[in-house]
Design a protein around this ligand. Structure first.
Ligand code: NAP
Ligand code: MG
Length: 491
């Protein structure tokens, strides 16, 4: 029997967005049902904002930027507010973990891990806010030249449903530390933690209009926000297709964007690798969050002499994996919604029908509600590098194995997709570690590790079709600001 943990989110309720420091319903009065992916049942609602409310939110952010205390507040005070928000998140950690797990279906331990990473973001950017310096530049005789890092102004953040709280934190942390104001639009499928943290930001004392939360459909609220003439910069995490639409809207206003568009990330396992050490990391990199992770390690490239051994071991593990409700805290939860479940199942069916070897399948817990959006994990073997399964982001618990002949072959295969977000390299050979890490086209490369447990300090972002711009770490502060050069003549 599945153990039903006591619900920490005691009351089902209608959540509200936040505009100009106030919790408000949509002007049109409409709401969107909030569904728990574990049982497919509605348990709350969020406002379905449209262009009218987006206008109000962008105006509030503009006013807070131009006239409010925000633009004149010393950096250390902005940092202090972010730190205070992190402390409030810590205080409400159990509630937030439970809310995130219920809203997205992720196992409760992942909800807790997300809270821990979220706190680190506010801690990191709270501390970083007053540590970004400009330069003085040697110039002509009789001149002094210097640079300042200045905020863009009003930033729009459009975030996805897979890690809502963490992705919100990396946007809010970097944007507000640099003195921008924000309008955030979370995904319609997972808005609750964003709203709740917006409420905590009011409690922390952020001035009105600095952090506005607009819920609603991507095609309505999202499109209105990304096309709004009052926005100065856009940061987006999600699918390449939506990224293109948002960049087209940004192009119409010639404004900057940061794009984080997912990946098809490889882990390269050489014959001399420490397999014992690699094994749990290889499995976790695709099972965490049900594979709905932009940096999921969805391709494992294995050197031919150890291919069968590694494939057998992974097969045994995959047969043990069980999907179930978030509060049962099994290996993985459900997919976010019915469409995502179908999408993943379609990839699996098409690959099996195309003759790709199914090495193993996991299972769905016998007591998991039939109305939930569960998919059993699948391990495919001997995949052709040109197959659809090898090229496209599935965003589900589906792992593909490939055999390679030598280092050059491994690098060619690792770089053989349109994506370039993250890569893992497993080998004890030090020279090879350096060679491969340098030749793999990916924004982050891990050697004898993968994912590095949150790593809020580590710059993150894509090469190639995985996107451009960098989030996390100090680099994000550069993306969230522009350099102003000031030249004094004093001869
Ligand atoms: P998506 O459309 O890219 O959604 C991401 C965000 O963009 C959501 O907030 C969404 O709002 C919003 N959005 C959608 N259409 C928009 C528009 N025209 N203008 C402005 N904003 C818009 O992703 P999805 O459809 O939920 O998922 C589809 C696939 O994308 C997944 O299967 C996966 O492969 C990939 N994905 C990748 C990541 C990642 O971390 N890189 C994250 C999520 C999904 P609504 O959700 O309210 O429509
Ligand atoms: Mg939901």
């Amino acid at each position: 029997m599945l153990q039903n943990l006591s619900r920490i989110v005691a009351q089902d309720k209608n959540f509200l967005g936040i505009i100009n420091g106030r919790r408000v319903a949509a002007t049109n009065g409409k709401t969107i049902p909030v569904v728990c992916p574990s049982d497919g049942l509605e348990f709350a609602t969020v406002p379905s904002y449209d262009a009218i409310d987006v206008d109000r939110a962008v105006d509030a952010a503009r006013q807070a930027f131009e006239e409010g205390p925000w633009s004149r507040m010393p950096a250390f005070e902005r940092g202090r507010l972010l730190t205070r928000l992190g402390l409030l998140i810590e205080k409400h950690g159990d509630e937030l973990a439970a809310l995130e797990a219920r809203d997205t279906g992720k196992p409760i331990r992942q909800g807790k891990a997300d809270v821990a990473a979220t706190i680190r973001y506010y801690e990191f950017y709270g501390g970083a806010a007053d540590k970004i310096h400009g330069d003085t530049i040697p110039f002509l005789d009789g001149y002094t030249a210097l640079t300042l890092r200045e905020p863009h102004g009003v930033v729009a953040g459009i975030t996805p449903w897979n890690y809502p709280m963490q992705i919100m934190a990396r946007v809010v942390g970097a944007a507000l530390a640099m003195g921008n104001t924000l309008v955030i639009k979370p995904a319609e499928d997972a808005s609750l933690s964003t709203i709740r943290i917006g409420e905590l930001a009011i409690e922390a004392g952020f001035p009105d209009g600095v952090l506005n939360i607009i819920t609603g459909y991507g095609s309505e609220a999202g499109a209105a926000l990304s096309a709004h003439p009052g926005v100065d910069y856009v940061t987006f995490t999600g699918s390449p297709a939506t990224g293109t639409a948002i960049q087209q809207a940004a192009a119409a206003h010639n404004r900057g964007v940061t794009m984080e568009l997912g990946g098809k990330s490889p882990q390269i396992v050489f014959a001399d690798a420490d397999i014992e050490k690699a094994f749990p990391v290889l499995v976790n990199a695709i099972i965490q969050n049900g594979g709905q992770t932009c940096s999921a390690g969805s391709r494992i490239l294995i050197e031919r002499p150890i291919y069968d051994k590694v494939a057998d071991a992974l097969g045994s593990r995959f047969r043990e994996l069980v999907a179930g409700p978030h509060d049962a805290d099994l290996d993985l939860g459900p997919m976010i919604n019915a469409a995502q479940k179908r999408r993943v199942e379609n990839y699996v069916t098409a690959a099996a029908e195309a003759g790709i070897e199914v090495i193993a399948r996991g299972s769905i817990h016998i007591d998991a509600p039939l109305t939930g959006f569960y998919v059993a994990p699948v391990l495919f073997g001997a995949v052709d590098p040109s197959a659809t399964l090898a090229q496209e982001e599935v965003f589900g618990p589906v792992l593909s194995l490939f055999a390679f002949e030598d280092e050059a072959d491994a690098i060619r295969m690792a770089n053989g997709t349109e994506y370039g977000l993250v890569a893992g390299v497993w080998t004890k050979d030090g020279a090879r570690q350096h060679r491969v890490a340098k030749r793999v086209r990916a924004g982050q490369v891990y050697v004898n590790a993968y994912g590095a447990g949150g790593g809020v300090e580590l710059p993150f972002g894509g090469f190639k079709r995985s996107g451009h711009g960098r989030e996390k770490g100090f680099e994000a502060l550069y993306d969230m600001s522009a350099t102003k050069t000031i030249v004094f003549r004093h001869d």
